[in-house]
Design a binder for this molecule. Structure first.
Ligand SMILES: *Cc1c(COP(=O)(O)O)cnc(C)c1O
Length: 405
């Protein structure tokens, strides 16, 4: 592995201001997310398709497009390629689910936090803090413990119980807060001075997005260095959508793909749809969504720092934003479970509902090749009650059993 990175510099995502790489950074001087830039000409000759063959099938194989300089700083929990599972059944169209639930800690947050913690190690940080709806806290906890760092996690008090407990079991200090993720974010921000921790909130440091962008690279590689027609992404802070959009430009610059791009679709819940509202109003930024509420915890994000980057990617890609209600999300979860044998998380199910709604509204066609993101493990969430009980000491009513099938 190279003992240097191909990072050339950083930029402010709002003003384009050039910023140095290799320093501990949160937001840019303009208060916007910082994006990592690479010497793509150098990457072009260093990372050929041939060189990729033989490397392990996980996101670290794209090392030339990643910020870590010294491979010794990579903090790993056994990441792997996540499968593209075709949905054969009633959805009709050409649909594949990229099942990110197979990653360490059971969600795609492993990509972003694996990268952020590795870079924290490279930069000598020891204490990290995060606001989370559950999965980011669990991933931070795991990777920080792996790296020998301390992690502080703040989540809304109704965060799925499994998330809170897995976070604690993996070593972080975790608190339930009587508020939403943005309220937790304020606490993490306030604690920076008092506690001396580094804030790894969504888009508040440059590296989670670099980890998340590997979804786009991996997807393109799995499709034979092609992009699908559509990507449905359950959008909270939007790191993955922003990251993939960035990845496609980098892939084009190094000659791995051409100018073609997927239409990017942001899916949100009707109970918290700031990006959809802004999209429909033709705005470039989103206003805070009051009284946010949805069972899809991961996308209950009332305000996104990268709102303008999400909206820009939707526009540039010819995509759109679409909202689905929680009933449709739960119905989609049940349908895909029953008909396809795939247990989606509610956020993943939202992309199925969003796909169906987009078809109904004539926004897409059945012949489009669509990739839907299942970003977390369905087992982490409360599930509908199931299973009747049988008294084995009584005669069994086989008729009743037959009628349930
Ligand atoms: C974090 C998360 C999301 C939202 O991802 P962003 O990239 O922050 O928009 C969606 N679903 C699940 C399960 C998540 O954990």
């Amino acid at each position: 592995m190279q003992d240097r990175s191909f990072v050339s510099h950083h930029i402010c995502s709002r003003t384009g201001e050039k910023l140095p790489a290799g320093e501990v950074q949160n937001l840019s001087p303009a208060g916007a997310p910082i994006l990592v830039q690479y010497d793509l000409d150098a990457v072009r000759s260093a990372m050929t398709r041939e060189k990729l063959t033989g490397r392990d099938l996980n996101f670290w194989r794209y090392r030339e497009l990643l910020p870590v300089s010294d491979p010794a700083n990579i903090v790993s929990l056994g990441e792997q390629f996540t499968p593209l599972v075709p949905l054969a059944g009633s959805l009709g169209g050409q649909v594949m689910v990229k099942d990110e639930s197979r990653l360490p800690t059971g969600s795609f947050k492993a990509r972003g936090l694996g990268m952020a913690v590795s870079m924290a190690k490279e930069l000598g940080l020891k204490k990290l803090a995060i606001p989370t709806n559950g999965n980011a806290g669990a991933a931070l906890s795991a990777y920080a413990s792996r790296a020998g760092m301390e992690a502080f996690v703040f989540c809304p008090d109704d965060t799925p119980d499994v998330n809170v407990k897995e976070t604690a079991l993996q070593g972080a200090h975790v608190w339930r807060v009587n508020g939403l993720i943005n309220d937790c974010g304020h606490i993490v921000g306030e604690g920076e001075k008092e506690m001396g921790w580094f804030n790894v909130a969504t888009l508040k440091e440059p590296y989670r997005v670099e980890g998340k962008k590997t979804m786009g690279i991996e997807l393109a590689e799995q499709l034979g260095w092609q992009v699908p027609d559509l990507i449905f992404y359950p959008t909270g802070g939007g790191t993955g959508l922003i990251g993939m959009w960035k990845a496609f430009d980098e892939l084009e610059a190094i000659g791995f793909i051409g100018p073609e791009r997927p239409r990017m679709v942001a899916v949100q819940s009707e109970g918290c749809a700031p990006i959809v509202r802004a999209w429909k109003a033709g705005k470039e930024e989103a206003e805070i969504w009051e009284n946010a509420s949805t069972a899809a915890a991961g996308i209950r994000v009332p305000v996104a720092l990268g709102d303008f980057l999400i909206l820009r990617a939707l526009k540039e890609s010819g995509g759109f934003a679409i909202a689905v209600d929680d009933d449709a999300i739960m119905a989609a979860q049940q349908q895909v479970g029953r008909e396809e044998g795939l247990l989606l998380c509610p956020e993943g199910a939202a992309t199925v509902a969003g796909y169906q709604a987009a078809l109904d509204q004539g926004l897409i066609s059945k012949s489009d090749r669509a990739v839907l993101f299942n970003c977390g493990n369905g087992l982490k969430y409360p599930m509908p009650p199931a299973a009747a009980s049988l008294d084995r000491h009584q005669p069994i009513d086989w008729g009743a059993i037959a009628s349930t099938s």
